[in-house]
Design a protein around this ligand. Structure first.
Ligand SMILES: *Cc1c(COP(=O)(O)O)cnc(C)c1O
Length: 399
């Protein structure tokens, strides 16, 4: 067995690297979750979460992975037989659709080639055609982690308003919360679904629903059976600083610390850092002569870059070689991109030299696996990191 020294490079787009500060924050006694000390922390944490999701309404915290919060969003607001509209942007939109179907939700899919984001004009056209308002929800993945494409949520909201359609807007921000600019209230999102282990720099295990007044109102008419995920039960318990069941106490300590770190750096700086690392990564990909999965520069993801490998080569063989030789994990191609693409995660607790190590590992891995490419990707990324000029903010990050 080969003994690895130094830190493993965990460059998958989530779970992302967990800062030592967050790990240390968890390394504390588990306390009485019905006692006064816990309640004081819980009240503060509920306020802290609002600053990250950018909402004045409650943010519900569940002890689950992001998938649980997908389910919570559906069972609290919809009824069996309801119709929703869902642009297919990649594997995560497909998984959410499959989950919805199990609850007897009828999903109208807008087909996509997995290289672009959700298109506001197409959503508008579907909603305009729905004269009877049969569509109860529009479900969009903000940052499609499987493709490295970020959809422009503010534009989608505007399109829904233009169509004067009452559907709820559901947005999955599992891989963008705490790393890509996002405005739950200002963008008129009804349900935001998120998780702890990506941009939020935490271990896996917590998920979130940020909700609008309209979404809360929908719980009154929703006919879906629900128990564990019931928002109203959680909101009632939260009023006394508790949960209807045992919360994930030590993960809540981690959340408190992670949010403190985000505010110490400043959310705007956090977002700019991710945009800059995305730009440097794409400079490397271009210099290698390879192609990103994302084809629209307005939709490049600041947190993950998916790279196509040339025809006849297997991206997973390359990943295996990179792991064995350089102790670095890269993201696999998901769904229809299996074997055809790999993903570089550049999110969460990350800096310039971690990115340089990552890209050097990728370039050496490309060499060793004999994937046709040009050298000089690392140098191209260095030029971006050395340049003092601001990397232009993507529209998605400022809209
Ligand atoms: C990771 C991810 C999920 C699934 O979250 P789990 O925590 O694995 O359940 C959903 N949506 C997106 C966009 C993701 O990146």
């Amino acid at each position: 067995m080969v003994v690895q020294t130094g830190r493993h490079f965990l460059q998958i787009p989530g779970p992302s690297n967990v800062p030592d500060r967050v790990l240390r924050a968890m390394d504390m006694p588990t306390i009485d979750h019905r006692g006064p000390e816990f309640a004081a922390m819980a009240f503060q944490l509920m306020e802290d979460c609002k600053t990250v999701f950018r909402t004045r309404n409650p943010v519900l915290i569940f002890p689950s992975s992001g998938t649980g919060a997908w389910e919570a969003a559906i069972v609290n607001t919809l009824s069996p037989g309801d119709k929703v509209l869902m642009p297919e942007t990649g594997q995560f939109s497909v998984l959410w659709r499959q989950l919805a179907a199990r609850f007897k939700i009828e999903v109208e899919t807008i087909a996509g080639d997995w290289r672009r984001g959700a298109k506001a004009d197409e959503i508008e056209a579907h909603l305009l055609a729905d004269k009877q308002h049969a569509i109860k929800g529009v479900m969009v993945v903000h940052n499609e982690t499987s493709t490295g494409v970020t959809s422009r949520v503010a534009e989608i909201r505007k399109a829904m308003d233009r169509a004067k359609h009452p559907a709820l807007l559901f947005v999955d921000t599992v891989s963008s919360t705490g790393s890509i600019a996002y405005e739950h209230d200002a963008w008129g999102v009804d349900v935001t679904v998120s998780g702890s282990q990506k941009g939020l720099m935490m271990p896996p295990g917590l998920s979130f629903n940020a909700i609008s007044d309209k979404a809360l109102e929908a719980t009154k008419t929703s006919q879906m059976p629900r128990s564990y995920w019931d928002w109203n039960e959680a909101i009632n318990a939260n009023k006394s600083g508790s949960w209807p069941y045992t919360p994930a106490t030590n993960l809540l300590y981690a959340l408190k610390e992670a949010i403190a770190m985000l505010h110490e750096e400043g959310l705007e700086n956090v977002f700019a850092r991710h945009i800059r690392h995305g730009a440097a990564t794409r400079a490397a990909v271009r210099a290698w002569g390879l192609e990103t999965v994302c084809v629209d520069p307005l939709e490049y993801s600041p947190v993950t870059t998916a790279v196509m490998v040339p025809e006849g080569y297997d991206a997973d063989d390359f990943r295996k070689i990179t792991l064995e030789n350089f102790n670095m994990s890269l993201g696999t191609g998901l769904g229809r991109l299996k074997g055809r693409a790999f993903r570089i995660g550049h999110l969460g607790y990350f800096n310039d030299l971690m990115l340089m190590g990552t890209l050097a590992g990728v370039e050496m891995g490309l060499d060793l696996s004999k994937i046709p490419h040009k050298s000089g990707g690392v140098l191209a990324a260095m030029d971006v990191l050395k340049a003092k000029e601001e990397v232009p903010l993507q529209r998605s990050a400022v809209a």
